[in-house]
Design a protein around this ligand. Structure first.
Ligand SMILES: C[S@@+](CC[C@H](N)C(=O)[O-])C[C@H]1O[C@@H](n2cnc3c(N)ncnc32)[C@H](O)[C@@H]1O
Length: 311
């Protein structure tokens, strides 16, 4: 079983010069070279008889198939429901074609929503515990926290949890909240870029591709308490998280992303585009049944009993 010192040594080596163990021209996608080297290298330290690799967020298979290719003895599981970033619904086919072309029989897909998959993970993993867990699915605060919490019963002692897109404040906050609540997990490594790759210059994007792409937090289960506590930086002001309450209780909370896009365009003087986006949001409002009966303070109480005592 690998130790903390092995993980630290591998990270030092990857920071100096990332050694990617398996690559193939069919494996395109969005990730950093250091990220792929770390996932492959950490998985190589696992005893395949007892431990497996798991990821949430497969997309077209770049990370899952890269890790499986570099570690043919290790069972590698990926969870994706192919509902996001896939307007033409082609990612599942692309993943299957790539897996077949590479002949990677140790790469297993769980075509499910991550909550459904993680709540019943024992059925899929069998006797194996998760040695390396890569989280790269939905990046909202709750999903990030749930990905951590639901996997806990299946994590090996010394398990590594690699969290992609840790540039985002809400991802760092979820990781911090988890680390504060469960102090036997420690932050082992963190790396960030000053902006998201979408907002980078071509030179910055090229550097991110060689690095960790959109920021990383690597957590380690440290039941022997060998590492001191360390937390990803967050803002002390929690306003954005507290705003959740108003989004949830608004009649049009489900339209928050579209309305924010339109309002941002309006506030920054791009009126033509703002009008178009407000029209689009309004059409969605008219076309969809929005369950909120009131402007705000909707509580969505359907299904709740008047009162109930257990036992
Ligand atoms: C950034 S991509 C993952 C990239 C991937 N690791 C790679 O190597 O290219 C995020 C993926 O998370 C998946 N996803 C988003 N929400 C999900 C959910 N609720 N359950 C399962 N998968 C989800 C999306 O379908 C998408 O394919």
């Amino acid at each position: 079983m690998a130790h903390l010192a092995d993980f630290q040594q591998l990270l030092r080596q990857i920071e100096a010069s990332p050694n990617v163990l398996f690559e193939n021209e069919v494996l395109t996608g969005f990730s950093g070279r250091r990220m792929i080297a770390a996932l492959q290298g950490f998985t190589r330290l696992l005893d395949p008889a007892h431990f497996c690799y798991l990821e949430v967020g497969v997309f077209q298979g770049l990370t899952l198939l890269s890790v499986a290719g570099a570690n043919p003895e290790v069972a590698c599981f990926g969870i994706d429901n192919f509902q996001a970033h896939d307007p033409e619904r082609k990612n599942l086919n692309i993943f299957n074609q790539r897996r077949e072309k590479l002949g990677l029989t140790n790469a297993h897909l769980l075509n499910l929503d991550y909550e459904d998959a993680l709540e019943n993970l024992g059925q899929h993993l069998g006797h194996r515990k998760i040695g390396v867990y890569f989280i790269d699915g939905p990046h909202d605060y709750r999903s990030q926290l749930m990905c951590l919490l639901l996997a806990m019963p299946y994590l090996a002692p010394n398990a590594l949890i690699v969290v992609d897109d840790s540039n985002y404040l809400q991802v760092r906050q979820a990781n911090r909240d988890f680390l504060v609540a469960y102090p036997s997990y420690k932050l082992l490594f963190e790396a960030y870029t000053p902006r998201h790759p979408n907002n980078m210059t071509p030179e910055q994007t090229a550097a991110a591709r060689q690095g960790w792409w959109d920021g990383v937090n690597i957590l380690v289960h440290d039941p022997a308490d060998q590492l001191p506590p360390m937390y990803p930086p967050t803002r002390r002001n929690r306003l954005l998280f507290e705003n959740d309450h108003f989004v949830h209780a608004s009649r049009i909370g489900a339209l928050a992303p579209q309305v924010l896009v339109a309002a941002n365009l309006l506030f920054t003087g791009r009126w033509g585009r703002a009008a178009k986006n407000f029209r689009k949001a309004y059409q969605m409002f008219k076309a969809n049944p929005f369950p909120g009966e009131f402007d705000d303070t909707n509580i969505f109480a359907e299904g709740t009993p008047g009162s109930r005592l257990n036992g």
